[in-house]
Write a protein that binds this ligand. Structure first.
Ligand code: GLY
Ligand code: MN
Ligand code: MN
Length: 435
C-alpha cells in the first residue's frame, strides 16, 4: 500500500460513533462504489465510497459493511464482506485483501466473501426491526449516474417492502463533520505534500510556461510522495483564466506580468487537502496586483478568526461579505454610496466575489457536514476568499485549510507561504539559482 493506513482503532471509533445514532433493532448497510466504465474494456481508476471507507478503512471494490448492533448472535453485529480473491485474479489484477488482512485493517472480526452477502441478508433482515440505508444527500450532488449503493438499495426495498426504512446519511454527515485526531493527522499528511508541490511550482514558474506544465510539476510531486494524485481536478489559470471559477482545461500560457491562480490539493489515504495560491508569473507583483492580493489576504485572515465554536455558517458568510465589501470599496471597485443603498439579498460584492468562503473538508474535498448547526471543535474548513476582475485580466484567490479548536482555530497551512514578500523572496531565490 502506498499510503500510511490509519489504525483499526480509528475505524472502531467511527463505528462506535455511528452506533450512538442508530435506534434499537436497526441494521445499517454500506456499499462500495462501482468501478466506472470508460469505453470498450476500459475502466476509470477505482474510487472508494467515502462512507464505507470512513467506517472500515477498506479501499477495495465490492466491499460491503453490515452494522447490526442488537443482533441476537454477537458475530452478526459487524460483518464485512470483501471480494473473493483467486489465483486468476491475483495474476491479472494483483493481490486483493485476504479475509485476515481485511479484518486487521478494519478491526472487524467477522469477515466473509462478498458472495455470501445475499445469504446473510436473507437470514438477518427478517431479524431486524429497521433498515438503515445510505444515500448521497450532499447539498450539491447532481449526479445522474446510479451508484452501486442506490442499485442495491432498490433491490432490497423491492424484496422487503414492509420493513421500516430510515436514512443513515444525516448521522454520517454528523459524525464525519467532526474529525478525530487520526483523521487530522492524515489531512496534515495530505497538506504537507501539497505544500511541497507549491514550493516546486514556485521554483519552476517563469513567463512562457504552459499552465499544464505547472499541473505536471504538481502531479509529479504528489505521486513521488505516496499520494494517488489530485483530490479534485486542479485549476491552473493565468491572467484572465483565473477569473473562470471552474477553469480546468489548463492549456493557456503563463505570460509575463500576469498572476497565475493555482487551486490544487493532493489526496492522501483517502483524505483531501485544498490549497489556492495566486502568484506573479515573473516573480514580482505590480502595485495593483499587490493591492488586490493584500485585500484578499486581509479578508482571509479576518474570516479565519470568525470560525469559532457556536458560530452558524450562514452568519459567518454574511460577515465575510461585509469585510469583503470594505476592501472592494478601498480598491475602487465598489462605490460606498451604492453599497449603502444595495438590496441586502443581492449584495454588490458578488460581482467580484461570487462563491462561498468556506466549505467542510475531509474524505471529500467538499465534505459532508452540518451546514445548519453551530460550528463545533474538530470541524475542518477551507477559507478561500477571492477577487476576480476580468476587465483587468486578474483573479486572485487564497485558500487555506483550518481546524476549529476549543476557542479558536489552527491553521493547517501555517507553513505554506502566502505573504507577498515571502512569495516574491522565494521566487527571487529561484531566479538566482537559474541564472
Ligand atoms: N478546489 C475546489 C474548491 O476550492 O472548493
Ligand atoms: Mn480549492
Ligand atoms: Mn475549496
Amino acid at each position: 500500500m502506498r499510503y500510511l493506513q490509519l489504525p483499526a482503532a480509528t475505524y472502531r471509533e467511527h463505528r462506535a460513533r455511528l452506533r450512538q445514532h442508530m435506534e434499537k433493532g436497526g441494521l445499517a448497510i454500506f456499499h462500495s462504489n462501482d468501478i466506472m466504465p470508460t469505453s470498450a474494456d476500459g475502466t476509470m481508476p477505482f474510487k472508494q465510497a467515502a462512507d464505507i471507507f470512513y467506517l472500515s478503512g477498506i479501499d477495495q471494490e465490492e466491499t460491503i459493511l453490515l452494522l447490526f448492533p442488537d443482533a441476537f448472535d454477537p458475530k452478526d453485529r459487524e460483518i464485512l464482506f470483501v471480494r473473493e480473491t483467486s489465483p486468476t485474479i491475483a495474476i491479472w489484477e494483483g493481490a486483493k485483501l485476504t479475509q485476515a488482512e481485511a479484518g486487521e485493517l478494519s478491526g472487524i472480526a467477522n469477515v466473509q466473501w462478498t458472495g455470501n452477502y445475499e445469504a446473510v441478508i436473507k437470514r438477518l433482515v427478517p431479524q431486524c426491526g429497521l433498515l438503515y440505508l445510505n444515500s448521497n444527500e450532499h447539498l450539491r450532488q447532481a449526479n445522474e449516474v446510479e451508484t452501486r449503493e442506490e442499485r442495491k438499495n432498490k433491490e432490497l426495498l423491492a424484496r422487503y417492502p414492509l420493513h421500516s426504512v430510515k436514512r443513515i446519511a444525516p448521522a454520517m454527515h454528523r459524525i464525519r463533520s467532526r474529525k478525530t485526531q487520526q483523521e487530522l493527522e492524515q489531512i496534515k499528511r495530505a497538506i504537507a505534500i501539497t505544500g511541497k508541490a507549491f514550493e516546486r511550482v514556485l521554483r519552476f514558474i517563469k513567463p512562457g510556461v504552459k499552465e499544464y506544465e505547472l499541473e505536471a510539476e504538481i502531479t509529479h510531486e504528489f505521486l513521488r510522495n505516496g499520494s494517488r494524485g489530485h483530490a479534485y481536478t486542479p485549476i491552473l489559470g493565468s491572467g484572465y483564466n483565473a477569473c473562470v471559477l471552474h477553469y480546468i482545461t489548463n492549456d493557456g500560457t503563463c505570460k509575463d506580468g500576469e498572476v497565475v491562480l493555482m487551486d490544487f490539493g493532493c489526496e492522501y489515504g483517502g483524505y483531501a487537502s485544498d490549497l489556492t495560491r495566486s502568484i506573479p508569473v515573473n516573480g514580482k507583483f505590480t502595485p495593483r496586483q499587490r493591492d488586490v492580493y493584500n485585500a484578499v489576504l486581509h479578508v482571509q485572515k479576518e474570516a479565519t478568526k470568525l470560525l469559532l465554536p457556536g458560530v452558524v455558517l450562514a452568519d459567518y458568510h454574511r460577515q465575510v461579505g461585509a469585510i469583503m465589501e470594505e476592501q472592494l470599496i478601498k480598491l475602487g471597485l465598489l462605490d460606498q454610496k451604492a453599497v449603502a443603498a444595495q438590496d441586502p439579498e443581492k449584495p454588490l460584492y458578488k460581482k467580484y466575489f461570487m462563491h462561498g468562503t468556506s466549505h467542510f473538508l475531509g474524505l471529500d474535498v467538499h465534505d459532508v457536514g452540518l451546514w445548519h448547526e453551530p460550528i463545533t471543535e474538530g470541524m475542518v474548513f477551507t477559507v478561500e476568499p477571492g477577487i476576480y476582475i476580468p476587465e483587468e485580466n486578474l483573479g486572485i484567490r487564497i485558500e487555506n485549510n483550518i481546524v476549529v479548536t476549543k476557542d479558536g482555530q489552527m491553521d493547517l497551512f501555517a507553513d505554506i507561504p502566502r505573504e507577498v514578500d515571502q512569495i516574491e523572496a522565494l521566487m527571487a531565490e529561484r531566479a538566482k539559482v537559474m541564472a
